[in-house]
Write a protein that binds this ligand. Structure first.
Ligand code: ADP
Length: 398
């Protein structure tokens, strides 16, 4: 079966077409600036890459262009849309309704819509992507894969906030956790690398990218994630503040005369390492600036590494020991300097990394010294493969 994986952001759309017979990627790409002037599709197939510049007024037009490109005579990899057996959609928030991926029908769509108020920035574009595919491929089954699903195994003592219980009952205010597809994927890979059954592993998985989160995974089940009610909680991120004293929010609203929407924007888009460094939200730029002597860039990097280290310490306590710490996503996979800074001083956990191995980029590798009792693993994430596998399984069972 060939599965199309769709990941719709507010103005972007990532896609991958996989042949599940051998899990090979037939084509993949990115549409940027949807509904903004200068829309662009970057499409990769085989070893080739092409860029198509075409104005796209909405996600339906973007998906139409993607499907046309996948089946087109010039850059196509399939003869027609009938070759696509199923579509798997990344959906950010599944609330408490979804602890696993699900075939999309009218009832599921209703439940995904009900989660919009929990993820107003993320779920609407996900819904738009599903609707566009339903319109363009009405006969093809669609599956939703949720970022929150993997974390539904968190116990109440981990996911409840110290707020009046009525807020949970009325609005489902609780911790959900995100990046679940990635944490699940790297946990499975880590167990294989450790040569242990997943059910016997204690893992701390660090997904460090533009958005970052750390999870405690016990026996293959998430029992903690640093993100919360929204993806704003937890680590300092590219542009997100992460953990704060909640009193700071009302204080800056008062001082800076900010509305609820404005303060939300402030904490989500103007904070994090961008806000601290004043340089960029991209860790490459910040590492460069720090190397050039920029003190605030250096501080932002120190704060980030310190934050991750604190979560590792907390989750080691929760797990009562750690078999491996896993690094994944853009920063975790690529920045040896950041990995080094994070694990520095974790020798009490049995961590000891090999400097030469830590220089490796973007490869699945154990960077520990041979006798280290807590392994440190770098595992490139593959959320698309997880989405495609769930989709193929669900549709294969129909
Ligand atoms: P997203 O959360 O958007 O999926 P990614 O996982 O692709 O993000 O991570 C993107 C981030 O990874 C970039 O913003 C950058 O900060 C960081 N990154 C990527 N490559 C490197 C590198 N070689 N060195 C340091 N940071 C990197």
């Amino acid at each position: 079966m060939k599965v199309l994986v769709i990941n719709c952001g507010s103005s972007s759309l990532k896609y991958q077409l996989l042949d599940m017979a051998n899990t090979s990627v037939l084509a993949q790409g990115l549409v940027e600036r949807i509904a903004i002037t200068g829309s662009q599709l970057t499409h990769k197939y085989g070893n080739a890459k092409i860029v198509i510049n075409q104005e796209l007024a909405n996600h339906a037009e973007a998906i139409k262009l993607v499907l046309g490109t996948l089946t087109g005579p010039q850059y196509g990899v399939i003869a027609n849309l009938q070759e696509i057996g199923a579509v798997g959609h990344r959906v950010v928030h599944g609330g408490e309704k979804f602890a696993a991926s699900v075939l999309i029908d009218a009832v599921v769509m209703q439940a995904i819509r009900a989660c919009v108020e929990l993820a107003p920035l993320h779920n609407p574009p996900n819904i738009t992507g599903i609707e566009a595919c339903q319109q363009l491929m009405p006969a093809v089954p669609q599956v939703a894969v949720f970022d929150t699903a993997f974390h539904q195994t968190m116990p109440p003592k981990a996911y409840m906030y110290g707020l009046p219980y009525a807020l949970y009952e009325r609005y489902k205010v609780r911790k959900y956790g995100f990046h679940g597809t990635s944490h699940k994927y790297v946990s499975n890979q880590a167990a294989a690398m450790l040569g242990k059954p997943l059910a016997q592993t204690k893992l701390i998985t660090c997904h460090l990218g533009n958005g970052s989160s750390v999870s405690a995974v016990l026996g293959g089940k998430s029992i903690e994630n640093s993100m919360g009610f929204t993806p704003l909680e937890g680590l300092l991120m590219g542009t997100r503040s992460g953990d704060l004293d909640p009193a700071v929010v009302t204080f800056i609203m008062d001082k800076e005369k900010l509305s609820a929407d404005e303060v939300n924007d402030y904490l989500n888009k103007k904070s994090g390492v961008l806000g601290v460094s004043g340089v960029s939200s991209d860790f490459r730029d910040i590492e460069q600036a720090a190397a050039n002597g920029n003190a605030r860039a250096h501080l932002a990097l120190e704060m980030f590494a310190y934050d991750v280290k604190k979560y590792i310490g907390a989750y080691a306590a929760v797990l009562n020991g750690v078999d491996a710490i896993v690094f994944t996503a853009g920063l975790g996979e690529n920045s040896g300097a950041m990995r080094q800074a994070i694990v520095d001083g974790l020798d009490y956990l049995g961590v000891a990394i090999d400097q030469a191995k830590n220089n490796v980029r973007g490869q699945q590798v154990d960077i520990s010294q041979p006798d280290a009792s807590c392994r440190v693993l770098v595992i490139p994430t593959n959320e698309e493969l997880m989405i495609a596998q769930d989709t193929a399984t669900i549709v294969g069972n129909l």
